[in-house]
Design a binder for this molecule. Structure first.
Ligand code: SAH
Ligand code: SF4
Ligand code: F3S
Length: 465
């Protein structure tokens, strides 16, 4: 009888880059004789893929390690991967002695070897250090059946004063355009209709191959891969968001109607202290160019409140910026001083209570803007990618090209919800595309019912899979 397979369980914190790294780690482990399990208790190897962007995120892994520590007595092994691993290195063994593996993202190409050492009985294995090239692997085990992440650039060269990413992910390394396009074609052939291009700054992409595609040219080339229906990309840095990108967005319908362009602050003074390399005015020029695109694009952003030295006036400038840009969505955070960063050494001068109050004011204002602006969708028909079904509400859950969540009733629902609906298509399945007439709008999602494709829709209604 063959020996029982070793099992692993992985929990992921942080950004999409980490989510995708976990898919690559899982693929590597599966190719080396491991099987994934649903619960930590069932696993021989328990992995945490960690995030260090804010203090709270970094603390989470130590809470988890403490929580699962009793399992170490059962002979289970523990690994800490990702940004906390890279940042804390071997200090993790001191803080959590039951950890057996500490590996930063640059070491994943060597992961099979690191795991083999663990298997051979080494008690403490580390994979730290830096990488010169982007990580290329065929072994990705994607979690999602119709939407795929595709890395185009790793690391970051920007050195914003507050940010750990350049330390945890190393310098920028772009993948060769031919390799990216080959993966995009493979994904389309495997039935994926949506691809999300990933990088800390996707638009800082620099093709290392002789083809020398610019980011805009790469976007256009991926958009033309037959079978791909939606192409997203995140995150874009305002400094490198050139007009050529907007032109390409206007020309390719496959590129989603969405740009995520983190501003961080509406005050040029704070932006200078943050070392963001643009002023409020320059950022607003980028926004004006995006607004001038041939088709409307949703713009979302990230914001930090309470950066060292942020005054009431600086904060007021951020609120004014929200009113001026009218973002479709925003992620906002209280400033958190981080090790190794420039501002980490400065006094954290804005008191916690002020940070909390500013965050609340900002989020409330942003919610009002979304609540108001989303009303303009009522009565319109949007194409939605079906992601799942909420049996409690009797609704499908999907996403519009703008990335807005859409909950809707439609075919494929059990009686009586579906009874009143005309039959537009066979019962829906996750991964399908459906047209939805919007009947109601909230700040964070739209509600509607399945409808016939509008006459003006350039494309036939077809199913992705
Ligand atoms: N590469 C992206 C974002 C990376 S991190 C960019 O340049 O925009 C995601 C978000 O976390 C950032 O946009 C920022 O808003 C927030 N963030 C990063 N460091 C932070 C810190 N020290 N404290 C609070 N928020 C932070
Ligand atoms: Fe961090 Fe700035 Fe790089 Fe974004 S651009 S990852 S915020 S250093
Ligand atoms: Fe966090 Fe690392 Fe991403 S610090 S946000 S997981 S790059």
């Amino acid at each position: 009888m063959p020996a029982a397979k070793k099992t692993f369980w992985i929990e992921t914190f942080g950004c999409q880059m980490n989510v995708h790294d976990s898919e690559r780690v899982a693929g590597t482990l599966c190719a080396h004789g491991f099987a994934a399990v649903e619960r930590a208790e069932e696993a021989d190897l328990i992995l945490f893929n960690t995030c260090s962007i804010r203090e709270k995120a970094a603390q989470k892994v130590f809470q988890r390690l403490a929580q699962f520590r009793p399992l170490a007595k059962e002979g289970k092994q523990f690994g800490v991967l990702g940004c906390v691993a890279q940042q804390e290195g071997e200090a993790i063994f001191q803080r959590a002695p039951h950890v057996n593996l500490v590996a930063g993202s640059a070491s994943y190409p060597r992961l099979a070897e690191l795991i083999a050492r663990l298997e051979a009985g080494e008690k403490r294995v580390t994979g730290l250090g830096s990488a010169e090239e982007a990580f290329e692997t065929e072994l990705t085990r994607r979690d999602h059946p119709f939407r795929a992440y595709l890395t185009i650039i790793e690391g970051c060269d920007k050195h914003c004063a507050y940010c750990v990413v350049p330390f945890t992910r190393g310098p920028e390394r772009s993948r060769a355009s031919a390799s990216i396009l080959a993966e995009a074609r493979q994904l389309a052939a495997a039935g994926y209709s949506e691809v999300q291009l990933l990088g800390q700054n996707v638009n800082s992409y620099r093709d290392p191959s002789p083809a020398r595609l610019s980011f805009a040219e790469l976007l256009a080339a991926v958009a033309e891969v037959p079978g791909l229906r939606r192409v997203r990309f995140t995150t874009s840095h305002p400094r490198d968001f050139h007009p050529e990108i907007v032109r390409v967005l206007g020309e390719h319908e496959t590129l989603c109607d969405h740009v995520h362009l983190p501003v961080q602050s509406g005050s040029s003074r704070v932006l200078a202290a943050m070392r963001r390399d643009y002023t409020r005015e320059q950022y607003l020029e980028r926004i004006a160019a995006i607004r001038a695109c041939r088709r409307p694009l949703a713009i979302t952003t990230d914001l930090i409140v309470g950066f060292p030295g942020e005054s009431d006036e600086d904060f007021a400038a951020t609120i004014e910026l929200l009113d001026e840009v009218r973002y479709a969505g925003a992620f906002s955070f209280k400033y958190s001083p981080r090790p190794n960063t420039a501002s980490g050494a400065w006094p954290d001068s804005v008191p916690e209570a002020v940070k909390a109050e500013r965050l609340m004011i900002l989020q409330r204002r942003q919610q009002e803007i979304q609540q108001h602006d989303n009303q303009s969708f009522v009565g319109r028909t949007l194409e939605v990618m079906v992601e799942g079904h909420n049996p409690k509400l009797g609704q499908w859950i999907g996403r519009a090209s703008t990335n807005r969540s859409v909950n809707f009733t439609g075919s494929g629902l059990r009686e009586p919800a579906a009874a009143a609906l005309p039959i537009f298509a066979a019962p829906l399945r996750p991964g399908d595309y459906a047209w939805v007439r919007i009947t109601k709008a909230g700040a964070n999602s739209l509600v509607g019912e399945q409808a016939a494709a509008p006459a003006a829709a350039g494309r036939a209604m077809w199913k992705s899979r």
